[in-house]
Design a protein around this ligand. Sequence first.
Ligand code: NAD
Length: 243
Amino acid sequence: MTDTSKIRGKVVVITGGARGIGLATATALQALGAKIAIGDIDEATVKESGTDRGFELYGRLDVTDAASFESFLDEVERTVGPIDVLINNAGIMPTGKLVEEPDQITRRILDINVYGVILGSKLGLARMLPRGRGHVINIASLAGETHIPGLATYNASKHAVLGFTDTLREEYRESGVRFSSVLPTLTNTELGAGVTAPKLLRPAEPEEIADAIVGLIVAPRSKVRVTALAGFVSQVVGLLPAA
Ligand code: NAD
């Protein structure tokens, strides 16, 4: 059994938390006693979700804009408390053949999925390092280890997130700050709509991914891959080496 008691009182920031995996994770962590701050570029939806759930903080955050990100994190620390966990979750997944992909879409995917994660990790780390504790969780995808046709730029962005997160884990091993990644399978959200699950698999529910993220926070894990099969969910975890 997982001991979730250590989640109580933790301050957790989730980007792209207005809906989907981010909102399901926020909801699961709130139920375990965490203090939640969600930021999202979709201001109307983040406010609606935040009000509905009674989160500590919610508001507009554009992960591609350093000033917006910084001021959101400042507000969290001023009004909620020092950040314990930062989940870089915001992402987009336009599909299509590369030659038909407008250049601004290519850049937007990389801007949100890669730069947004790098920026968030950097800003989170700067706050956590002096305290010698904290946890940055970057949401990648199984697409970061495979090569799903029709998603070349997206696949590249998620490969980048995994390589980036693995590097920081190594670089800051002694710092007390953890870096983890999550590799969800196709999930039943707005982003996942329109993509068909591979044979023998089914789309996961956002709550199933949230459950894997909770496990990642409470156990000494560095990575969790989530695959949804007909009757159950498989989680394959990477373990952090003993401290
Ligand atoms: P979703 O579309 O339901 O939610 C993503 C949220 O990110 C939205 O609320 C959106 O407004 C927000 N967002 C987009 N651009 C932003 C920006 N610049 N700044 C702040 N917020 C922004 O998607 P989801 O399925 O919940 O995806 C969450 C994460 O999980 C993404 O990183 C995605 O790549 C990853 N993922 C999803 C699936 C899937 O099949 N749904 C599978 C693997 C990985």
